[in-house]
Structures are given as C-alpha cells and as structure tokens.
Design a binder for this molecule. Structure first.
Ligand SMILES: [Zn+2]
Length: 155
C-alpha cells in the first residue's frame, strides 16, 4: 500500500534527520563513520521505497484510466437502453402468418407506407433491427442475429 510505504519513508527521513543532529555534536571519528554508514543505508532504503511508490502510482493511474473508460462505455450503453425504453412505445407486436411474433413501428394515422418488421430476438435485447426481406419477399432475416422467418407457412 502506497500510503503505508510513504509513511515509512517519512519516518526514515525523520530518523535520518535526527541522526544528523546527533552526529553534528559528535567528536568521535568512529561514531561519525558509523553514522554516515547508517545514513547512507537509510537514504538508499528511502529511495527504493520512493521508487516503489512511484511505480504503484503509475499502476493506479493506468487502472484509473481503464476504469474511467469502462464507466464511459457503461454510461453510453445505459443511455442507449434508456433511449430504447423511451421509444419502445412506438412499436407494436405483430403476429406473422406462421404464428411467430415480430415487431414493427406503429403506423401513423393516415400513413400509407408499411413500416418494416423488426427482429423479435434483437428487440428483446433492446435493439431495433430490421428484418430484411429476401428478393422474392417470402423470407425475412435479421442480419444481426440471423433470425429468419417465412412470411407464409411453408407447405
Ligand atoms: Zn436479430
């Protein structure tokens, strides 16, 4: 944990500072040499710990960037779902001659064009996907999930 390591670095630097104060008044060459060796070790350890903290900080920043991206993606997906729910009232369920249900946009009063059929599987997943008609107009297929349906019961 970076916070615990940072606290340890601060403690080490305080101990080093206290040792410097103590060594200033020392007259003993041996005590000074031992103090310098101890200070060197403290500073090396503090430097290693500081580098570890920087490495952890970089990892945390990468993680944060990744999580922010994930949050943006989820917010975008959520907006799509909310938008779909808002618009779902404009669709109606339609029974095909074969007995299968599909969806299509409700026709506006006085409208004369037939709205396209929508895939029931994709609609259940809150995606409005048009069922594409075959060239002879007898078969409809969703190009997203491959759901297919004949317009009339097959003989
Ligand atoms: Zn589909």
């Amino acid at each position: 944990m970076a916070i615990a390591e940072a606290a340890a670095v601060v403690t080490t630097l305080k101990n080093a500072s206290d040792l410097v104060q103590k060594l200033r008044s020392s007259q003993s060459k041996e005590e000074l040499q031992a103090g310098i060796a101890a200070l060197t070790e403290m500073l090396v350890n503090a430097r290693i710990a500081a580098l570890d903290i920087l490495e952890q900080k970089a990892l945390l920043m990468d993680e944060r960037t990744s999580l922010n991206g994930r949050i943006e993606t989820l917010e975008r997906e959520n907006r799509k779902l909310v938008d779909f729910d808002d618009q779902s009232q404009k669709y109606e369920r339609v029974k095909m001659p074969t007995g299968i249900f599909v969806y299509r946009e409700k026709q506006a009063a006085g409208g004369n064009s037939q709205p396209p059929y929508l895939c029931p599987h994709c609609f259940a997943e809150k995606k409005a996907r048009i069922l594409q008609a075959s060239s002879d107009g007898t078969f409809f297929q969703c190009h997203d999930c491959r759901f297919g349906e004949y317009l009339n019961p097959q003989p």
